[in-house]
Design a protein around this ligand. Structure first.
Ligand code: HEC
Length: 115
């Protein structure tokens, strides 16, 4: 009796949880899609200019976006882009790009000498 109950509760939790997660993921991709124009589809830029975002560290990406937004990191265009998003949206975008695995090794900040 008890295992069956647990199973039902888990199934219900999965039903309730799954659509919300799927929604979040497509919302994040929708936000990130505005970056594809310059940073390449799914953040994999051709030739690394501007840098690939795919597979970069989530915390690093978020930090860069926050610094662009605050005007702390000099930029030609990114400071304007970053201002268009709430901190929560930037976190979703950072999570989206960090979750893409097939980034070329050249995307790693250390490999480029960093900022
Ligand atoms: C109009 C072209 C353009 C668009 C659109 C654009 N970027 Fe950028 N991005 C750049 C350029 C150019 C740089 C290099 C810094 C600069 O000059 O602004 C850059 C740099 C960055 C960096 C720093 C990368 C690193 O490795 O340090 C991050 C992070 C970033 N962009 C994220 C984003 C995100 C997220 C979006 C979408 C919300 C986005 N960019 C949209 C052109 C763009």
């Amino acid at each position: 009796m008890k295992p069956a109950m647990t199973g039902r509760v888990l199934a219900l939790a999965a039903l309730l949880g799954a659509p919300a997660q799927a929604q979040d993921a497509s919302y994040a991709r929708g936000l990130a899609a505005t970056c594809f124009t310059c940073h390449g589809t799914d953040g994999q830029s051709v030739g690394g200019i501007p840098p690939s975002l795919a597979g970069q560290d989530r915390a690093y990406l978020l930090q860069q976006m926050m610094e662009f937004k605050a005007g702390k990191r000099p930029a030609t265009i990114m400071h304007q882009h970053a201002k268009g998003y709430t901190d929560e949206q930037l976190a979703l975008i950072a999570g989206y790009f960090a979750g893409i695995k097939s980034a070329p090794a050249a995307a790693a900040p250390a490999a480029r000498g960093g900022y």
